[in-house]
Ligand binder design. Structure first.
Ligand code: IMP
Ligand code: MG
Length: 178
């Protein structure tokens, strides 16, 4: 656990706020997919693992958990994405919900959606923990979202800065100068 006294961090969403929001999202997804035999929950490695696990505990519907691993060339939001670990499940004729940590420029999600849609799922929707609509370069559909944020760099609850801070129980704005 990183120290709370880190001077470069400013808490934006507390642990309590996150817990409440994740429960609400889980209930809403469970309602919407109540008639679906089996949902495939696709977590995008690595950032969304924390959110996906917590969210899945609030699902009252049957689901399969699967993972897709990606790596962006240059590390940032280039939109040029490589799949480092593919799904194990065949999603053809299945209902699929992609779970993201953050939709920023939308380039990564856009690539992933294009990649998954050609596998012929019955439905393909997106649930993101954080959304930064003001940063969008490509328009992507977001069906469920936890919190909307302005254009800031954030860490915690799965989100990292050079692989640090993922295990914070809260989301914080990270001052990159400090
Ligand atoms: P995109 O810009 O929507 O393609 O987002 C690409 C990826 O960049 C996200 O999945 C995150 O891993 C990372 N990312 C974008 N914004 C932030 C941020 O504020 N903090 C940490 N990671 C971020
Ligand atoms: Mg990511």
């Amino acid at each position: 656990m990183e120290k709370h006294e880190d001077q470069s961090l400013e808490v934006l969403q507390t642990e309590e706020q996150i817990k409440k929001k994740v429960a609400i999202l889980g209930e809403s997804i469970s309602r919407d997919y109540a008639d679906v035999d089996e949902l495939v929950l696709v977590a995008v490695l690595r950032g969304s693992v924390y959110f996906t696990v917590d969210l899945s505990r609030h699902l009252s519907i049957p689901f399969i958990l699967d993972f897709i691993g990606i790596s962006s060339y240059g590390g940032g939001s280039s939109g040029i994405v490589r799949i480092t670990k593919d799904l194990d499940v065949n999603i053809a004729h299945k209902h699929v919900l992609m779970v993201e940590d953050i939709v920023d420029t939308g380039l990564t999600l856009n690539y992933l959606l294009k990649n998954l849609i050609i596998r012929n799922p019955v439905s393909l929707k997106v649930c993101t923990f954080l959304d930064m609509p003001g940063r969008r370069i490509v328009d992507v559909p977001v069906d469920y979202k936890g919190f909307e944020l302005p254009d800031v760099f954030v860490v915690g609850y799965g989100l990292d800065y050079h692989e640090r801070y993922r295990n914070l129980l809260y989301v914080a704005k990270k001052d990159l100068e400090k």
